[in-house]
Design a protein around this ligand. Structure first.
Ligand code: F6R
Length: 615
């Protein structure tokens, strides 16, 4: 949601800011704008729709040259996605320009007060109030924009990243954050602020995390950070090890296709460096002692969307390997049901972005109840790992397509690592058993590579189903979350009705949906898990008897399914618990191809945002 960029330096600010916005497009947005300080004035250009619309007005009516600017891609919350509501917003005098991510919850009161005091607000947004509040505080004697920002932030409730410029202070960009993402990029003679590092990675890989309730001022040569009271805070610097080219399309039609193809690498990178020469698992970012991990008597995994399905897979592995009860809960529901938590509960928060507001609020609730929190995250410097007691990073590299693919597999791998680590520490698995599973995990990248190389029949299948109005997905055991993920990918990319079910639940209701020719994907467990395998083979027969077109995903050599499969997708043989790492891949390819054939915007599906920073 909302992408933000701020720049001060020797380059043309408009180019740097618009390019930064382009690199943040994946976050999801419906309007875009920039503001530069030039000729003693704030100059604004903004448009509803995609960046191409902004490019067009900038080409028709270029803004003056400037070395300082801010930009924004807006995902509408307050007010429709129109030109008028697009950011930046300015004050009455046109001196201040503001961009904002988040929701200012007390904006109605603030707005009413401003209007009573004679301000004219022209948009329907919560953001515009901030420009007018800054105008007042500066008029009332604040000596710098930074000082005014501190005063205004203390009046705001809710979540915000704010980035502002002042025509009367043409050398500085000032930003602030509460419950919403912001990082600083530190360059040579230039500095940046942005929602995430993708916006400036082509200029610098040196970054600074901003803590909660902090204000940062950047000039071309300096970065200074204080809290809202004005007290200086220690800078938390980090180096971004992503390669700038990792965030480029590299000749693929979609980022999503590239990211699907990067899955063998994402899995092997997530496994990398986790084992001692003797094969013992070691998780460097695990800031919980073995003693603390031995005290745990319950694990609760919290996450949203695709990450939630990774959490469902984690439950099977963690309970099987550690015998610790494990619950999985949607982060958006977690704190509202008053969960039973204490010091011996380990809460595992899974989040690709590390900024999902529902997940962030859930971990804050867990920490208030004194539970320990471990984050599984793909984004260095983001809020969720920063607020957690421990973190396992998924080294999947930047994921630009809105729909999660490689990060889903990397999250599952990280969950396995956590499960095996807990089993090792608590002695519920022998060293050689842990090592045997690790050996199997190391074979997964090659198995995925094979699926990618053999994907053409899956694409053909997708092309044959462009007319489908509804597609169902079923699975059992770890195949159940895979079915849910397959359905989610198809819904979000192709806008087709799709549902995932536990295979055993079909007969309790959903089987009524099955009609002549309805495509039903069935994820069949490996034969090694014989009881579940046989049950799913029976389920396929039930489905087929009702006229469905059965599309069966089954491992090599599983001939039991052949008589009942209208279409058969072969999976490499892997252990039962690891099967999601392979069975998910054809479902991603299927959804991507079908959506492409339907003319959808695969990388940026309608209404969706990559980083969901509101509750
Ligand atoms: C779907 C998808 C979303 C995210 C969810 C959580 O393809 O990507 O469902 O998984 O919004 O996001 P993170 O992992 O950033 O917390």
């Amino acid at each position: 949601m909302c992408g933000i960029v701020g720049y001060v330096g020797a380059k043309q600010a408009q180019d740097v800011v618009v390019e930064g916005l382009r690199r943040l497009e994946y976050r999801g947005y419906d309007s875009a704008g920039v503001a530069l300080v030039a000729d003693g004035r704030v100059q604004v250009a903004k448009r509803a729709g995609k960046l191409a619309n902004l490019d067009k007005i900038l080409a028709e009516k270029p803004l003056p040259a400037s070395q300082l600017g801010i930009g924004h891609t807006r995902w509408a919350t307050h007010g429709a996605p129109t030109d008028r509501n697009a950011h930046p917003h300015t004050d009455c005098s046109g001196r201040i320009a503001v961009v904002h991510n988040g929701i200012i919850e007390n904006f109605a009161t603030l707005r009413a007060g401003l209007e009573d005091r004679g301000h004219t607000l022209v948009s329907d947004t919560d953001t515009e109030a901030v420009a007018h509040l800054l105008e007042e505080v500066l008029r009332d004697g604040a000596t710098t924009l930074t000082a005014a920002m501190r005063v205004v932030c203390q009046q705001l409730h809710g979540a915000f990243t704010l980035v502002v410029v002042d025509a009367q202070q043409p050398d500085a960009v000032v930003a602030a954050r509460r419950n919403s993402p912001l990082v600083v990029g530190r360059g040579e003679g230039e500095n940046f602020v942005a929602s995430d590092v993708a916006a400036f990675i082509q200029h610098t890989r040196e970054a600074i995390e901003l803590g909660q309730d902090q204000v940062v001022t950047i000039t071309a040569t300096e970065v200074s950070v204080t809290d809202f009271a004005g007290d200086p805070v220690e800078l938390r610097e980090f180096h971004v090890d992503w390669d700038a080219s990792a965030a480029e399309k590299g000749g693929y039609e979609w980022f999503m296709l590239k990211e699907i193809d990067e899955q063998p690498q994402a899995v092997s990178d997530t496994l990398l460096g986790r084992f001692s020469p003797s094969g013992q698992l070691q998780l460097d970012e695990m800031r919980l002692s073995n003693g603390e991990l031995r005290e745990i008597d319950k694990v609760i995994v919290i996450a949203c969307g695709t990450a939630f399905y990774a959490g469902m897979v984690a439950k099977y592995a963690i309970e099987h390997w550690t015998r610790i009860p494990c619950e999985v809960e949607l982060a958006s529901e977690f704190r509202y049901r008053d969960p039973v938590l204490d010091r011996s509960t380990l809460v595992v928060a899974i989040s690709q972005s590390g900024e999902t507001m529902d997940t962030l609020m859930a971990i804050r609730h867990a920490r208030q109840q004194r539970s320990r929190v471990l984050a599984i995250c793909n984004t260095n410097g983001s809020t969720i790992p920063r607020e957690s007691d421990a973190v396992i990073y998924t080294h999947a590299g930047p994921e630009v397509a809105v729909a999660g693919t490689k990060t889903f597999l990397a999250q599952i791998v990280a969950c396995y690592l956590l499960g095996l680590y807990l089993a090792q520490v608590r002695g519920t698995k022998y060293g050689d058993e842990v090592a045997a599973t690790v050996r199997e995990l190391r074979k997964i990248p090659a198995a995925i590579a094979r699926l990618l190389a053999e994907a053409e029949p899956v694409r053909e299948l997708a092309r044959s189903l462009v007319g489908a109005r509804s597609v169902l997905f079923v699975g059992r055991h770890v195949g159940f979350p895979v079915a849910l993920e397959g359905a989610l990918k198809l819904k979000e990319l192709a806008y087709i009705h799709a549902e995932g079910f536990a295979a055993g639940e079909l007969k309790h209701g959903p089987i009524a949906l099955i009609d002549e020719g309805v495509p039903v994907f069935v994820v069949v467990p490996p034969q090694g898990r014989d009881m579940v395998h046989d049950k799913v083979v029976s389920n396929i027969q039930e489905i087929r008897a009702r006229g469905a077109r059965t599309i069966v995903l089954a491992e090599d050599g599983d001939d039991d399914v052949v008589p009942y499969a209208d279409d058969l997708i072969r999976l490499p043989k892997v252990p039962t618990l690891l099967q999601p790492l392979v069975s998910t891949v054809p479902l991603q390819i299927f959804a991507c191809e079908l959506a492409t054939r339907l003319g959808r915007d695969v990388d940026q599906p309608r209404n969706l945002a990559k980083s969901v920073t509101v509750e």
